[in-house]
Design a protein around this ligand. Sequence first.
Ligand code: PGA
Length: 256
Amino acid sequence: MRRLLIAGNWKMNLTAAESQALAGALRKDLDRDAARLGRDRDVMVAPPAVNIPAVARELYGSSIGLGAQNMHFEDRGAFTGEVSAPMLKEFGVVYVILGHSERRHIFGERDEFINRKVLTALRHGMTPILCVGETGSEHDRGETSTVVLRQLQRGLDQVPEGELARVAIAYEPVWAIGTGRNATPGEAGIVHGAIREALRDRSGAVADQVRILYGGSVTADNVDSLVGHPDIDGVLVGGASLKAESFARIARTGIA
Ligand code: PGA
């Protein structure tokens, strides 16, 4: 069985002191249940890059993993404003969110660029979380699977079959992000099924090991029904990951 992945994306929120406080509150809450949670799931948070050192200190030795929201595909060089995999790894960052819709739509990141980052993350032994998802107008035009499968295929270009199981996919319909309007488990499940099928066509049985998360207006109130769907292997959470209580509740989905 695939382990669940419960991922918090703090986006451009919280100062270092606030990030540290949130990480500390989460640790206090979730580490009490670490053995039980650790049986079937991984939990991680992705603070703003500049706050990673503070959060890394706070989470040292914790069951909560550390992620980044983005990174460059080169290890070093003249790339003003960017951070690299070796810089993140030095602080114990294991996960990296790549191709988030805000990176694609606000900052113009393209599939080929995102793909290079996925390959870099794998080369560094990190777990890339490759985000895919259609916009509202693409959704309304019935283009969801075309868009999502194109982003998937291009994002995973040249990922060897032996490495595929280390990649997590996050299906995040753009119209659901930050809108309070989530896809239903049924709607998301159809897209997750199509993603799984495409992964099987590409790489065979290893596809069954790839975690496919749902993201977009996930809350403590809707997480159980989403993760209850057999094709949904976890969640990528924005807004509701900014409060310890709601994210801890989400991380415990299906348990109590
Ligand atoms: P949201 O964001 O939970 O605030 O909708 C999700 C995401 O962008 O990953």
